[in-house]
Design a protein around this ligand. Sequence first.
Ligand code: HEC
Ligand code: HEC
Ligand code: HEC
Length: 281
Amino acid sequence: MNFARTFLIYFTIAFMMVLPVHAKDMVLKEPPKSLDQFYPPHSKQPKWTQQMHKLSNHFGGVFINLKEKDFENVDKHADKLVEEYKKTSEMVPEWEEYFDIKAAEAFAAAAKTHDMKKAGKASGGLGKTCGKCHAEQQVSVWTKYHWPSFHKIKVTDPSSEKEVEFDKFMKQISGSFKSMRVNFGEGQYGKAAKALRAFKSEYMELKSTCSKCHTTDDVKRFYVGGDAEKAFQGLAKELNAEKPNPGNFWKNVGLVGKTGCKNCHLTHRTYSMIKEVWEEK
Ligand code: HEC
Ligand code: HEC
Ligand code: HEC
C-alpha cells in the first residue's frame, strides 16, 4: 500500500465528547515516539494513563469538596492539580502546546476562593485544554498502545502444517472461500465441496489465535463459535446433497461472511489497518 507516511483518516463526527472541536474531520496521526517511555513494554505501568487519572481525580476532587464544604481538601486538590498538570506538560515535548499552565493556575486560584460559581467558570479554560488533546490524540494512543499487533501473529496452515503470517493466512482463507463460491456458481459441486473442506479447516484454525491476546475462552463463542459451525454444516449439507439447493447454500455463505468475517473485521481489523500504516517504514 502506498499511503503517505502519515495516515489521515477522516471520520465524520456526529458529536464529540465533552468539548467540541470545530472541524468535522478527525485526523489520526501516530503518537510521538517520546510517549513510548510511558507505556509497556518500555515502562512497567502505563504511566501516561495513570497521570491522567491523577489529573482527573484532583480536578474532580476540587468540586466534590466544594460541594461538601471541605475547604481544606479543596485547597489540597487545587494545588495538586497544578503540580500534576505542570508535571504532565513536561512528559511529552511534542505535546507541550496543548497545556496552558496559566489556565490551571487561574482555576486553582478561583477554587481557593471557595466560591462554586467562580470555580465553575474558571474550570472552562482548563477543561478545554484536556478536551482538545483528547479529541486529537486519544484514539491514536488507544490504537498504538492498547492494541496488540496482528502482524506479529503466526498461524499454522492446517494443510501444509507450516507457520504462516496472519495476513497471508487471511488471503488464503479468502481464496478458499472464493473457490467454493465460484465453483458452486458454475455447478461444479465436487470442486466446491473440496474447497469447503480446506476453507473450513483453515477458518477453524483461527481459534488458535484468540489466546495470543485474550485470556478467556469465552470470546470464542463469537466469529468462530456456534454460528460459524452451523453455517459450515449447512454448506456441507448442500454440497453433499444429490441436488444442492442454491437458496440454502447462499444463505449459509452470507452467515459465514457476516457473523464470521465481517463481524471479526469490524472489531479487530480497523486498528490493525491503522497500525499497519504506522509500522510501514
Ligand atoms: C497532551 C494531551 C492531553 C492532555 C492535555 C490531557 N489529556 Fe487526558 N488523555 C490523553 C490521552 C492520550 C489519553 C488516553 C490514554 C490511554 O488510554 O492510555 C487520555 C485519557 C484521559 C482519561 C481516561 C483515562 C482512562 O483510563 O481511560 C482521563 C480521565 C483524562 N485523560 C483526564 C484528563 C484531564 C482531567 C485533563 C486536563 C486537566 C487531561 N486529561 C489532559 C491526553 C491528554
Ligand atoms: C492481536 C490480538 C487479538 C487477537 C489475535 C484476537 N483478539 Fe479479540 N480483541 C482484541 C482486543 C485488544 C479487543 C478489545 C477489548 C479486549 O481487550 O478484550 C478484542 C475484542 C474482542 C471481542 C469483543 C468483546 C471483548 O471481549 O472485548 C471479541 C468477541 C473478540 N475480541 C473475539 C476474538 C476471537 C474469537 C478471536 C480469535 C478468533 C480474537 N478475538 C483474536 C485483540 C485480539
Ligand atoms: C479473528 C478475526 C477474523 C476473522 C474471523 C476473519 N478475519 Fe480477515 N482479517 C482479520 C484481521 C485482524 C485482519 C488484518 C490483518 C493484518 O493487518 O495483518 C484481516 C485481514 C483480512 C484480509 C486482508 C489480508 C491482507 O492482505 O492484509 C482479507 C482478504 C480477509 N481478512 C478476509 C477474511 C475472510 C474472507 C474471512 C471469512 C471467511 C475472514 N477474513 C475472517 C481478522 C479476521
